[in-house]
Design a protein around this ligand. Sequence first.
Ligand code: FES
Length: 104
Amino acid sequence: MGRRVFVCQLAEVVPEELRSFAVAGMPSPVIVAYIGPDVVAVAGACPHKGVDLVDGYLHDGALMCPAHAYMFDLRSGRCKNDPKLELRRYLVAIVDDQVWIELR
Ligand code: FES
């Protein structure tokens, strides 16, 4: 079992938007977004060249990196442009209207 860390209040996550949060003990921020009714959390740095993904675009369950327009499926983490790249995803738990992630 991993370590659960607090990310944000659920009310801070807005449908159709990417939100970025600094998380205690983590080197880069975590991006939180709604995909349909589900809250997903992913690493805030692009696995291609490390660009901050909060400035990216959310479209149809995918995040487009602002640097080179690579598309990452937010449910699977898969990159549609380069199958060798994967965006790190975190297991999300909603507890008392707060968003927590599981670190392994
Ligand atoms: S840094 Fe994200 S696609 Fe290149």
